[in-house]
Ligand binder design. Structure first.
Ligand code: 5AD
Ligand code: SF4
Length: 338
């Protein structure tokens, strides 16, 4: 892994792209993102919507608002919806499960439902799965346990890993990932991030550059450029050829061509933000978030053009986890190497 990490960037990217072409083809799967609530009881040092940030305009979408966005998204062709929020006690598993059930029936079971609301009890993940959820996203954020504990305000990495195990146990596709460029991170940490993702055999893996938010304790941290996040994306693709990897909004926020660079390096997913305009601005994990002025639906034609310019094409398919698309082998579907 260290050898790969040290390759000249163009060579690493070329290898990752070849691997992506072999396993995923030229398709870039679309997911409709809905940021349901920006309330959070947690106080992660890096995050703009942390509990102690008093400057945030807090909001919660109501059920009808969420369902009408899903309805519109489904009519326009989306076959995956990602509902995301902070750890908000007003959205306990039972309420999320009710929402899943309604989305499931609204979309006749044709759309994948992905949730991302932080750590829940094991039974909570199971309930979501029973009511129609298909996937759950929970980044481990960093593979360095000391850094994790410090940046996540005392929560140990082992608790995060337990939750990821619970998600798998509940029958949900497992999404995780990490930030790159956190203060205190080393090259070892970055390689360790990919190794941990591989060990967890994640189905979806998000890699995002850390962008310091001025209203957080890490506001004065240096901004690391996008290159290590690109390297990490390429390495993740080589480690897990079947993984669904988004070209993250954070990458696009750091650099105008950030998402294209992620796609060139092995990402195969884009997540237009369908959250209504005044709210998505308030879901501010980091400054400079892109696409906050227009509707996610409007972004699609420009995304299609951007993707075509780099020789790829948008796909409206569900884009399920590879382990579901292929019959399982003894080694596991993600076991092969590129
Ligand atoms: N910069 C980049 N990404 C961030 N996230 C939270 N805060 C920041 C930041 N300042 C990411 C975390 C979290 C995801 C929803 O957003 O990885 O899991
Ligand atoms: Fe809450 Fe997630 Fe932000 Fe942590 S990273 S404060 S858990 S929204």
């Amino acid at each position: 892994m260290k050898d790969l990490w040290s390759l000249p960037l163009p060579e690493l990217i070329a290898r990752a792209r070849t691997c992506t072409d072999q396993w995923q083809g030229k398709k870039v799967f679309l997911r409709g993102l809905i940021e349901v609530t920006n309330y959070c009881v947690q106080n992660c040092l890096y995050c703009g919507i942390r509990r102690d940030n008093q400057k945030v305009m807090r909001y919660r979408m109501d059920e009808e608002q969420i369902l009408s966005l899903v309805r519109e998204g489904f009519q326009r062709g989306f076959r995956t919806f990602v509902l995301q929020g902070g750890e908000d006690p007003e959205f306990p598993p039972i309420r999320l499960a009710r929402l899943c059930k309604k989305i499931y029936s609204l979309t006749r079971g044709e759309a994948a439902i992905t949730l991302s609301f932080g750590i829940l009890p094991r039974s909570g993940y199971r309930l979501l799965s029973l009511e129609g959820a298909t996937r759950y996203l929970l980044r481990f954020e960093t593979s360095d346990p000391i850094l994790h504990k410090r940046l996540r305000n005392g929560i140990p990495l082992s608790r995060r890993l337990q939750a990821l195990e619970d998600i798998r146990w509940a029958g949900l596709e497992v999404g995780s990932g990490f930030m790159v460029g956190l203060p205190g991170e080393t090259e070892e940490t970055r390689i360790g991030n990919v190794l941990l993702a591989k060990e967890l055999d994640i189905d979806m893996g998000g890699v995002g550059p850390f962008i310091p938010h001025p209203d957080t304790p890490l506001g004065d941290s240096p901004q690391v450029d996008l290159e290590p996040a690109i390297r990490s994306t390429a390495l993740l693709r080589l480690a897990l050829p079947g993984c669904n990897i988004p070209a993250t909004t954070a990458a696009g926020s750091l650099e105008p061509r950030g998402r294209e660079r992620m796609l060139e390096a092995g990402a195969n997913v884009l997540m237009p933000n369908l959250t209504p305009q005044p709210l998505k601005k308030a879901y501010s994990l980091y400054p400079g978030k892109i696409c906050v002025e227009e509707s996610g639906f409007e972004c699609i034609s420009s995304l299609s053009q951007r993707v075509a310019e780099i020789g790829l094409e948008l796909s409206w398919e569900r884009g399920d986890a590879f382990r579901k698309r292929l019959p399982a082998t003894k080694e596991g579907n993600n076991g092969s190497k590129c």
